[in-house]
Design a protein around this ligand. Structure first.
Ligand code: GLN
Length: 487
C-alpha cells in the first residue's frame, strides 16, 4: 500500500485518471498526514477540510464523466496572502486576523477552474516581509528536516507543507526571494515567474513592482504543471502581460546540449559562503558540463548593490500599500481610542508586528521630502543598472546559475535580533525581482548537518521553459528531489 500523500502531482494524476485511486481517498490521506505532522511543523494557518472534501467529491464525479482538467482532484495549499472568497486571508498579521475576502484572487479562479482541491491557507512572514516565517504574527513554522531550524520565508508555510507531504503542491509569492529561498531550505522546487506572467489580482500587495505569485512543488514536472494553470494575462492586473503561454511540461526534454550557462563571477565567491553550499553548486556546474552545456564566465557588477536598493524600494512601496490598514475599512480596529488619530495610531501599533513597523518607517523616511532623491531615486537608478547587467549577460548566455542562499537554513531565533544579517542573506535572490526576470530553485545537495541546499537558475524575460528544462535535466541526473525529511 503506497502512502498517497507522498505522491507527486503527476503521479497522482496518472492514478486518478486510471481510477486506481479516488480524489477523496487522496484528499483524506493528505488530511491524515496533516493531523500527524502539523502539530510539529505548524505550516497551516487555516485548514479547509470541508471545502476540500466537497471539491474532491466533485473531482471524482468529473473523473467518472471523463471531464479531467489540469488539476482535477489535486490537493494544494495556498499562501495566506492570496485572497480566497469566504476563507480567512490573514497575511499572518494581527491586523487581518479575521479578514474574510469577498472575492477570489485570479490565481484562485484558475485553480478552481482547473479542478484543484484547496487543503488550506499556509503560514508566512507577516505581509511577506522576512526570510524565516519568524515574523509571522500567528506562529513560527518549523523546517520539516530539522524542527529547530527555520523553513525559510516568507513562503515558509508553502515550502514546509510541500516538503512534509501535507499537500501535493502549493502557491507562494516572491518579492525578493520568498519562493526560491524557502524552496531551497526545505528541499523542494520553487519558481518565481517573469514579472507580469501571473496575475497579481487578489494578491495582498507588499511591493507591487516586485511581487509575483508562483508554485512550490515536489519536482520540476509538478512546478511546470502548476505554473501552466496560474499563468496568463488578466485585465484586472494592469501589470500582467498578454503573451502566449508555452506548454511548460512539454518543454521538459532534459536536453541541455550547447545551452550556455552563465556563471556570474560575483556570485561564486567563498566570502561569507557555507562550504557545503559552495561544493553543491560546484557539483551542479560539473554535472551541467557533463550533460553537454557550456559554462561561460559572466559579470553582474551591480548585484553588490541589490540588498541596499531592494531594502529601499520594497519598504517604500510597502509603506504606501499598507496605508490602507487604518482600522476604518476592514481588519483590526482599536475601539477604545478617544479620537480618530488615536484610533489610527493604536490600531496600527497593535496590528502590525515589529518588522512590518520597521519597513513602514524605513519606507516613509525614504520617500519623505528632501530624502527622495538621495534614497528612492538612487535605488531606482541602481535597479535599472542591475537590469542592464542581466540584459548584457543574456547576450552571452541562455541561463544564469548561482546559489540561492549563502548557507542552509539557520536555527530558529539565531538572527531575529539582527535584521541586517537577515537582509544580507537575500543577496542572491533580490536581483531577479529588481530586474523582473524568472528564477527557480531546485534541490542540489544536503549539508553536513542534513539540511537541503538549493540551486538557482535564472532566465531571460519569459524564458521559464529554458530554466525549467535545465532544472529537469539536473533532476533526471540526481536524486536530491526524491529525498524527504524523516517526520
Ligand atoms: N526576504 C525578503 C524580505 O524580507 C523577501 C521577501 C519576499 O520575497 N516576500 O523582504
Amino acid at each position: 500500500m503506497i502512502n498517497l500523500h507522498k505522491l507527486t502531482i503527476h503521479e497522482a494524476q496518472d492514478r486518478l485518471k486510471n481510477k486506481e485511486i479516488s480524489a477523496q481517498e487522496l484528499t483524506r490521506a493528505v488530511f491524515e498526514r496533516i493531523e500527524a505532522v502539523e502539530p510539529s511543523v505548524d505550516a497551516y494557518i487555516t485548514v479547509t477540510q470541508d471545502i476540500a472534501m466537497a471539491q474532491a467529491e466533485a473531482a471524482d464525479k468529473d473523473i467518472s464523466e471523463n471531464n479531467i482538467r489540469p488539476l482535477t482532484g489535486i490537493p494544494v495549499a495556498v499562501k495566506d496572502l492570496i485572497c480566497t472568497k469566504g476563507v480567512k486571508t490573514t497575511c499572518a498579521s494581527k491586523i487581518l486576523e479575521n479578514f474574510i475576502p469577498p472575492y477570489d484572487a485570479t490565481v484562485m479562479d484558475k485553480l478552481n477552474a482547473a479542478g484543484a482541491v484547496m487543503v488550506g491557507k499556509v503560514n508566512m512572514d507577516e505581509f511577506a516581509m522576512g526570510s524565516s516565517t519568524e515574523n509571522s504574527g500567528i506562529k513560527v513554522t518549523k523546517n520539516p528536516w530539522n524542527l529547530s531550524h527555520i523553513p525559510g520565508g516568507s513562503s515558509g508555510g508553502s515550502a514546509a507543507a510541500v516538503s512534509a507531504d501535507m499537500c501535493l503542491g502549493s502557491l507562494g509569492s516572491d518579492t525578493g526571494g520568498s519562493i526560491r529561498q524557502p524552496a531551497s531550505h526545505c528541499g523542494v522546487v520553487g519558481i518565481k515567474p517573469t514579472y507580469g506572467r501571473v496575475s497579481r489580482f487578489g494578491l495582498v500587495a507588499f511591493a507591487s513592482s516586485l511581487d509575483q505569485i508562483g508554485p512550490l512543488a515536489k519536482d520540476v514536472t509538478d512546478a511546470a504543471v502548476l505554473l501552466q494553470v496560474i499563468s496568463g494575462y488578466d485585465p484586472k492586473d494592469s501589470t500582467s502581460i498578454d503573451k502566449t503561454i508555452p506548454d511548460y511540461r512539454a518543454a521538459l526534454t532534459g536536453n541541455v546540449k550547447d545551452l550556455k550557462i552563465g556563471i556570474p563571477r560575483q556570485y561564486h565567491t567563498s566570502n561569507g559562503m557555507s562550504p557545503d553550499v559552495l561544493s553543491a553548486v560546484q557539483n551542479a556546474m560539473n554535472l551541467f558540463k557533463d550533460a553537454g552545456a557550456e559554462l561561460v564566465d559572466i559579470s553582474l557588477p551591480h548585484s553588490q548593490y541589490a540588498v541596499a536598493a531592494y531594502y529601499l524600494i520594497a519598504p517604500a512601496e510597502a509603506c504606501s500599500n499598507l496605508a490602507r490598514y487604518d482600522g476604518v475599512k476592514y481588519g483590526l480596529r482599536d475601539k477604545a481610542s478617544a479620537s480618530l488619530v488615536d484610533m489610527y495610531q493604536n490600531t496600527r501599533s497593535k496590528g502590525f508586528g515589529p518588522e512590518v513597523q520597521r519597513r513602514i518607517l524605513l519606507g516613509t523616511y525614504a520617500l519623505s521630502a528632501g530624502y527622495y532623491d538621495a534614497y528612492y531615486k538612487k535605488a531606482s537608478q541602481i535597479r535599472t543598472l542591475i537590469k542592464h547587467d542581466f540584459m548584457q549577460a543574456f547576450d552571452a548566455c541562455d541561463i544564469i546559475l548561482s546559489p540561492v542562499t549563502p548557507s542552509p537554513a539557520f536555527k530558529i531565533g539565531e538572527n531575529v535580533d539582527d535584521p541586517l544579517t537577515m537582509y544580507l542573506s537575500d543577496i542572491f535572490t533580490l536581483s531577479a525581482n529588481l530586474a523582473g526576470i524568472p528564477g527557480l530553485s531546485i534541490p542540489c545537495g544536503i549539508s553536513k548537518n542534513n539540511l537541503p541546499i538549493g540551486l538557482q537558475l535564472m532566465g531571460n524575460y519569459f524564458a521559464e521553459t529554458t530554466i525549467l528544462n535545465a532544472a529537469f535535466c539536473f533532476e533526471q541526473a540526481t536524486e536530491f528531489h526524491k529525498l524527504r525529511p524523516k517526520l
